[in-house]
Design a protein around this ligand. Structure first.
Ligand SMILES: CC(C)(COP(=O)(O)OP(=O)(O)OC[C@H]1O[C@@H](n2cnc3c(N)ncnc32)[C@H](O)[C@@H]1OP(=O)(O)O)[C@@H](O)C(=O)NCCC(=O)NCCS
Length: 330
């Protein structure tokens, strides 16, 4: 982890959010909760929910096409397609291969990357490595999540938090010193039980009994995750800033993973970045897992909060546990 000349930059971003809005008031009719509790404890007001027949690949393909168009590329220009998702459409084959076929990216190799909510940052580092090695020039990252399919809609402690959506980014070689300045990633598998879907994989195959006990749904220890998230995102942010040779005053925009407004505020406080330089859209979308950062980048660019030369810091945290932060000159 040392200051480096950027080799890879984000050339374009895009996003797809389903039209259907699920408000806190709607949730009041579904579980024992209240709009006031959700807003006060999380900052979330509403989230988007995809139709039954719209899967992770379909949402991801929409975001992918938007990013390619903005980058002036056709799908056949893509050398590598990395899809981060915790909600693959099916376990085999990958969601990336489904998106590859949907958009016609026939020349690329495609794979899924599973790092839960940290997936976009892990994917960005993989893209940077492939560009640095000369194996790829046009890397398409798609982060797509249909969280509504893995959330237990009877569990008020989790169902209020998540939403569906997708973000995409085209990553290309740096040309004028813009791009990734530093990255810091980590994971700790000993804390896997804090956020997990225990059943449905090779270890605990689905049985009627496990389905009845909803062991295939997301389970989470909220307060423990909260503390771990703040510690991890604050620590990673400090390391990424230090490695990039940036001080808090140099950061034009912090684009954090959007899980909880209080986690975002604590991360910003530790990083000493004031909230007017922190991007927040959590109130509109909830936690879209690995899609939060690319969706946030895309909205921030659209709103003029990120432009050429901007120094941005991204930080994320998720199941695994996984976490990381990256500094970038836009
Ligand atoms: C989940 C989370 C919002 C809960 O907030 P919290 O302040 O920690 O609340 P607690 O879990 O301590 O619960 C406090 C009380 O509120 C209740 N509660 C939980 N969910 C509720 C809801 N949706 N509506 C109303 N009350 C709720 C609890 O049952 C508990 O009641 P009790 O005191 O009578 O036992 C918070 O812990 C969190 O955001 N954690 C991180 C989760 C996360 O980001 N996960 C994804 C990581 S990528």
């Amino acid at each position: 982890m040392s200051p480096r000349t950027p080799v890879a930059r984000i050339a374009a971003t895009s996003r797809y959010l389903p039209e259907r809005v699920l408000t806190n008031a709607d949730l009041e009719d579904m579980v024992d909760t209240s709009d006031a509790w959700i807003r006060e404890r999380t900052g979330i007001r509403e989230r988007r929910i995809a139709d039954d027949d719209t899967g992770a690949a379909a949402m991801g393909a929409q975001a992918a096409c938007g990013a390619l168009q903005k980058a002036g590329l056709s799908a056949r220009d893509v050398d590598l397609l990395i899809v981060s998702t915790a909600t693959p459409d099916r376990l085999l084959p990958t969601t990336s291969c489904a998106i590859q076929a949907m958009i016609g990216a026939s020349r690329c190799f495609a794979y899924d990357l599973q790092a839960a909510c940290t997936g976009f940052l892990y994917a960005l580092t993989m893209a940077e490595g492939q560009i640095a090695s000369g194996r790829a020039e046009n890397v398409l990252i798609v982060s797509t999540e249909k969280m509504s399919t893995i959330v237990d809609w009877d569990d008020r402690a989790t169902c209020i938090l998540f939403g569906d959506g997708a973000g995409a980014a085209v990553v290309q070689p740096s040309t004028n010193g813009e791009g990734i300045l530093s990255s810091y990633h980590s994971s700790d598998g000993s804390l896997a039980e804090l956020i997990t879907r225990p059943a449905g994989g090779a270890a605990l195959a689905l049985t009627p009994e496990r389905l009845r006990r909803r062991e295939h749904m997301l389970q989470m220890s909220g307060p423990a995750v909260f503390k771990a998230a703040v510690k991890a995102m604050a620590g990673a942010s400090a390391k990424a800033m230090q490695a990039a040779g940036l001080e808090a005053d140099d950061i034009d925009l912090l684009v954090p993973h959007q899980a909880n407004a209080r986690i975002i505020e604590a991360t910003a406080r530790y990083a000493r970045v004031p909230m007017d330089r922190v991007f927040v859209n959590l109130h509109r979308y909830g936690n879209i897992s690995s899609a939060t950062i690319p969706v946030g980048l895309d909205e921030a660019v659209e709103q003029g909060r990120i432009g050429p030369g901007s120094h941005i810091l991204m930080a994320a945290f998720g199941a695994g546990l996984t976490w990381g932060a990256m500094a970038m000159r836009w």
